[in-house]
Ligand binder design. Structure first.
Ligand code: GLA
Length: 402
């Protein structure tokens, strides 16, 4: 899973298929949710990082209003007209691109046809959010081809390129508009009712730092993560948010909030929730309990991180996993095994499932110089317990998409 796919490899893929060099190559990173499971769509708090696994898009404009997409992950190209953005059941992967194009059009961004080659170092379905990275890369590719400035309500005067033809960087405020646009693409075109965490992480991450996102105010803050590394352990059981479980959790949270007279669980206190126990179904109570305590954990964890107390910070990760497992119930036997194995190793400060759940991967916070031995411990232990091969992966924290 290491970076054998680079911008150069993406250009080469483009050239092989289209017969000429692309005019632009963009990259958008995947993300790891560090703490704050299923808090985003409840307008809560969440911590994440952008990681050094990317979706690359190489592109060139074409004059006939048509789009041709190729992907190194899928055999057949997908061809369509910019004025006819429909899902093709035989090429669902292209929905993320089409969804973003549809949102751009809705906001008045004018763009023509283009050819694009998509290449990825992000494992599909492992919980690193390849879908958000593809959405973000698509929006940035269109910005290169047909420059535009996004605003709260639509678009403004396009940015001017410098004499070398380079556009100014996307501003932090505009990045949040991009995140909303990409989330809307996923909600409306792809049909996944996700929150905004993945898109913000891919756009707003900062190298060496944890990003704290307030999903109500839509603001981000950063805190360095020194002396530790992040190790991802894919359980080998892939998740699919399109499956009904994610939506079911969201529905429970939303109906719990309604019954508590709140717009979102963000504003509910644990005492208030406990007092209203009998007004809620068991699942509503359990999901709300997770969300309310998880938001409190993010607040406490941020304090620990700023005080350089990584041991305490890690404890919140373990607690988060227990809450996801016992209350939200989005863990699996494999994820639980991975967390328990990690807990046995002294170099592991914290571990938890990361992302939507129901499969995917665990995130492990590991003392820097012990990463190697920790990864061997995990691979050997997991294979012994489950018969499954495990390839733990060390991720670097990187800047958001450029
Ligand atoms: C997925 C979704 C996010 C978020 C997480 C759980 O990654 O895409 O919006 O809800 O699950 O925290």
């Amino acid at each position: 899973m290491k970076n054998n796919c680079t911008p150069e490899a993406t250009s080469a893929l483009f050239k092989k298929h289209f017969g000429h060099t692309p005019t632009h190559v963009v990259a958008a990173p995947g993300r790891l949710e560090v703490l704050g499971n299923h808090t985003d769509y409840n307008h809560g708090l969440v911590m994440s990082v952008a990681v050094d696994r990317y979706i690359f898009i190489a592109s060139s404009p074409r004059p006939d209003g048509r789009v041709e997409l190729i992907s190194s992950a899928f055999p057949a190209p997908e061809k369509f007209s910019v004025s006819d953005l429909k899902s093709n059941p035989a090429a669902r992967w292209a929905d993320y691109v089409k969804g973003v194009l549809a949102q751009l059009r809705r906001r008045g961004v004018l763009f023509g046809g283009f050819n694009a080659a998509i290449h990825s170092t992000l494992p599909l379905g492992a919980g690193l959010s390849s879908s958000a990275a593809l959405e973000v890369a698509t929006a940035l590719a269109i910005r290169r081809l047909h420059p535009f400035t996004l605003t709260e309500t639509g678009t403004a005067q396009p940015p001017q390129a410098n004499p070398r033809g380079e556009l100014p960087p996307v501003t932090p405020v505009e990045r949040m508009h991009y995140a909303r646009l990409c989330r809307a693409a996923e909600n409306e075109f792809v049909g996944v009712p996700c929150g905004i965490l993945d898109q913000v992480s891919s756009l707003c991450g900062r190298a060496w730092n944890v990003t704290s996102l307030d999903c109500q105010a839509l603001t981000v803050d950063y805190a360095p993560l020194p002396g530790v590394v992040l190790v991802v352990c894919p359980s080998g059981v892939n998740h699919a948010l399109i499956g009904g479980e994610y939506k079911e959790l969201r529905d429970h949270c939303e109906s719990a909030a309604r019954k508590l007279g709140a717009k979102f669980l963000r504003t509910v206190e644990l005492k208030q929730l406990q007092a209203a126990r009998t007004a809620l179904t068991d699942r509503e109570f359990a999901c709300a309990h997770h969300v309310v305590t998880e938001i409190a954990r993010v607040v406490a964890a941020e304090r620990a991180l700023r005080a350089d107390d990584l041991a305490q910070f890690g404890q919140y990760l373990f607690q988060s996993h227990e809450s996801s497992r016992d209350f939200l119930k989005n863990s699996t036997a494999e994820l639980d095994q991975l967390v328990e194995l990690a807990r046995q190793h002294p170099a592991c400060l914290g571990a938890r499932l990361t992302g939507g759940g129901f499969g995917g991967a665990t995130l492990n916070l590991v003392v820097h110089h012990e990463a190697e031995v920790f990864m061997t411990h995990m691979a050997t232990g997991y294979e012994k317990q489950t018969g499954r091969k495990l390839q733990p992966d060390l991720c670097q924290i990187v800047d958001g998409a450029r």
